[in-house]
Write a protein that binds this ligand. Structure first.
Ligand SMILES: NC(=O)c1ccc[n+]([C@@H]2O[C@H](COP(=O)([O-])OP(=O)(O)OC[C@H]3O[C@@H](n4cnc5c(N)ncnc54)[C@H](O)[C@@H]3O)[C@@H](O)[C@H]2O)c1
Length: 338
């Protein structure tokens, strides 16, 4: 099979999770671009790539004419890097979050439309077999019509870097994963949000590192989210601990265990008789970044649209910025994507 050719932009921490699947899928990495040439060179040496190190994306695009670009830069650089690649006629697979503002994200969607090139975002937690199982139960109507989503995320995490100084570290840096998962697991989209961010007593963060948010989703579904990175003891999973309630029953997914649930078995009695929900078999073979990479390769080979194509993914980013806006304004606000 012919090898797709790619340029990787951004050779920092997360690139270590991308080169192994790129190599496993036999993608030919033609160039690694970073603001810091030595960083690009180090990654090329580490993974023994036959690739050129550069600080100049435009020159590399002109020279190599890749099949796609992988954007692993910091969120503030996503818009410039991705738009440059799209306008050069290249599809882009970019790291989350899509952008550092909604205005930038909308410019990226526009660049994708104007160039006619695909832009998809890697939301690594979508490619996980337990998430796939939970999604098949909830989306498949096995607990009936969905009414309620709860997600708790509580960890005590001492990063000691930029997250300790930034405003809204939880919502901006972490909750995008949970907000996108809420959409992926249920198929519901955001309508409005009321959010209160806060910084708990004794916090080692400067910005508000905890939040409670209530989203209204499509079909009147209510998504209640509680999170903190400043909660010592009894941690939840990094994926969050979830409860989905439908009009026939409930599904639980917590501590990364296989989801489990119960539905009503008969329609009499003070408390109805319950039976266990049948959980579908595991089927996801390629997790995280590897799953995202396979979706762009499938798109290049067959034209099949990836699930996190930018017109869809901007809805997850909009949940982040609407939550922050609600906190600032002290009231419920609409969640506006495009
Ligand atoms: N999916 C996940 O679970 C996950 C986990 C960690 C990070 N991420 C995301 O990955 C992205 C990168 O994070 P990281 O931890 O690797 O950051 P990092 O700071 O370690 O690396 C970013 C690299 O990008 C380079 N860079 C910045 N601007 C550039 C530009 N304009 N052109 C070329 N290179 C540029 C920097 O020099 C640096 O080497 C972020 O969007 C982050 O949110 C995702």
């Amino acid at each position: 099979m012919s090898k797709e050719r790619a340029i990787v932009v951004g050779a920092g921490g997360i690139s270590g999770a991308w080169f192994p699947p790129l190599i496993a899928e036999k993608v030919r990495v033609q160039a690694v671009v970073d603001l810091n040439l030595a960083t690009a060179q180090e990654r090329i040496a580490q993974y023994e790539l036959d690739a050129e190190a550069s600080t100049d994306l435009r020159a590399m695009l002109d020279k190599h004419q890749p099949d796609f670009v992988v954007d692993l830069t910091v969120p503030e650089a996503h818009c410039a890097v991705t738009c440059t690649a799209l306008r050069a006629g290249c599809p882009v697979l970019g790291e989350k979050p899509m952008a550092s503002s909604m205005a930038e994200a909308r410019r990226m969607v526009q660049a994708s439309e104007e160039s006619g090139q695909l832009y998809m975002v890697s939301q690594s937690r979508r490619w996980d077999t337990k998430h796939d199982q939970a999604a098949r139960v909830v989306r498949g109507g096995k607990i009936g019509e969905l009414t309620t989503i709860n997600c708790d995320f509580f960890l005590g995490v001492h990063f000691g870097g930029f997250r300790d100084e930034m405003p809204s570290p939880l919502i901006l840096d972490m909750s995008i994963h949970h907000f996108d998962l809420a959409r992926y697991l249920t198929g519901a989209d955001p309508v409005s949000v009321y959010c209160q961010e806060f910084n708990p007593q004794g916090s080692w963060y400067q910005g508000d590192v905890a939040a409670s948010a209530i989203f209204e989703m499509t079909n009147g579904v209510i998504f209640a989210y509680r999170g903190s990175w400043c909660a010592e003891g009894c941690p939840t999973s990094w994926n969050g601990d979830w409860r989905f309630i439908g009009d026939r029953g409930t599904l639980l997914y917590d501590h990364d265990q296989t989801p489990c649930g119960q539905v009503v078995a008969n329609h009499t009695g003070f408390s109805r008789k319950l039976k266990d929900v049948k959980i579908p078999a595991e089927r996801v073979k390629h997790f995280g970044m590897h799953g995202a990479l396979r979706e762009i390769l499938a798109f290049l080979r067959t034209g099949k649209q990836p699930q996190t194509e930018c017109h869809d993914n901007i809805k997850s980013l909009a949940m982040v910025f609407a939550a922050i806006e609600s906190n600032k304004r002290g009231k419920k606000v609409p969640v506006k994507g495009l």
